[in-house]
Design a protein around this ligand. Sequence first.
Ligand code: NA7
Length: 539
Amino acid sequence: MTDLAADRQLDHDVIIVGAGFAGLYMLHRLRSAGFSARVLDAADGVGGTWYWNRYPGARCDVQSFDYSYSFSDELQQDWTWSERYATQPEILRYIEHVAERFDLNRDVQLGATVLGATFDDAHSRWTIKLEGGQHLVSTYVVMATGCLSVPKRPSFAGLSDFKGETYISGEWPHHPVQLSGKRVGIIGTGSTGIQLTTAIAREAGELLLFHRTPNFSLPAQNRPLDEEFTRELKSQYDQRRQEARTTTRGYPVPPILSNLSALEVEHEQRLEVYEAVWRNGGPVFTSSFADLLTNPEANATASEFVRGKISSIVQDPATVEALTRFDHPLGTRRPCVDTGYYETFNQPNVALVDVHDDPIVEITADGIRTASGSYDLDVIVFALGFDAMTGALLRMGITGQDGTTLPERWSDGPSAYLGVAMSGFPNLFTVTGPGSPSVLTNMVMAIEQHVDWITGILEFARDQGTDRVEADADTEKLWTQHVVAIADETLFPRANSWWTGANIPGKPRVFMPYIGGLGQFQQVLDDVRTHGYEGFSFS
Ligand code: NA7
């Protein structure tokens, strides 16, 4: 897009916000397609989610060799993962390696906090306002701002009175945090709290886990990846990736999974499948049978199996009761994937504090006070989750045509055509936005899928001699209705999950991700493209 780049008023064809997996790949693709682009990120380093979430025990729950870029065979052949489930430091090293390898850093502006993005309707361009007063003008903006990038902050009464140290999992400091011998309290038992628990239990003098709602946690069965495994994997990496792109989850699932209903098979056979999937490990447990996420009775058989496993591991009956008082079907909140989580409760220095019926009342100078007791602590760690999927976008100060802001536009809940564009916000694209498979799948695959598609539509616009691309309001509405309708056919909307926004007080309750899966979504994207980007107008 050299014509536009030559226009002095434009700083770049495209400004990309976010230097994580999405923003970096977006930059790479746009550059290759001949667009000028710049990435902005508030952090001091690349990595996005993996830059910020450096808390003890942080790990990805998708297998390392799947949770990685597939766009370059040289990259996937050269890089070797050390474990089945990679730690945060290893993932961050990988992202840094990619940024260097593809010479991306020269177009990444770090320490750049975006305060606003405003569309100039008359000239069809965006002005981005940065903290410090800098303004940048571009034809297009791509929000690669991540689905889990705004941590939920503690708002407990008395928080500032606490004399000890406090940490937020998603803003963990870069310096080493000394926990050995200390009395540590963790609030939150999602994936983050569970990973923190197993890591901190090894170090802390005493660990109290403040537990409100049980989440299902499944064993990772993590292991180092040996040379033979890696050689075999790399010899057929391309086939694996091709298959991954057709799957629901964005990675191939193990052959032990059954296509049958859980209720179609005998009890013994069902247990054999569950045992095999449990031993195999990872988040695929909910795919053990075809109907676990659509039929409550089928799901109950799986929930019962997991409950039995927990009871057989945890010795204290009151702890078992707190850990298994599930209020949602298995898999309708994201299952956690752990290494030794339930075993941790048998350690003498670890205890669960059940705050379900005995809620946290306040934080005091010395620790945490619940309705019925006080707990003295040296350190409190908050692992309260995220304002997921829409949080970063809503905070970005986005104003579209006619001066409508994104928070106004989404006041009844998010809506985006294919999770990628919104009517009234021309030339703005979101990578893995609400209405796309995103967090229900392997995020890196979902990111590549969206980034490739966005690059395609920008090339198409350029080929047409246009520089204004906008989703049609009616088409967007139909898509959003479809996303909700297919989720309603499943058990997912029943749970108070962050997928529905239920974890953030006042957030409209909408099941945000597209549940049809990555492979099916690819067909939709292909269809829209082959019909001349149906549902978009170009001018
Ligand atoms: P989650 O899964 O949203 O978990 C947050 C946890 O924090 C959850 O156990 C909450 O309990 C708890 N929480 C939040 N606010 C409070 C208060 N006020 N009091 C007590 N407990 C509270 O976030 P994660 O970061 O663990 O995981 C997010 C995703 O990251 C995960 O699904 C993976 O995809 C990776 P509640 O359930 O509300 O009772």
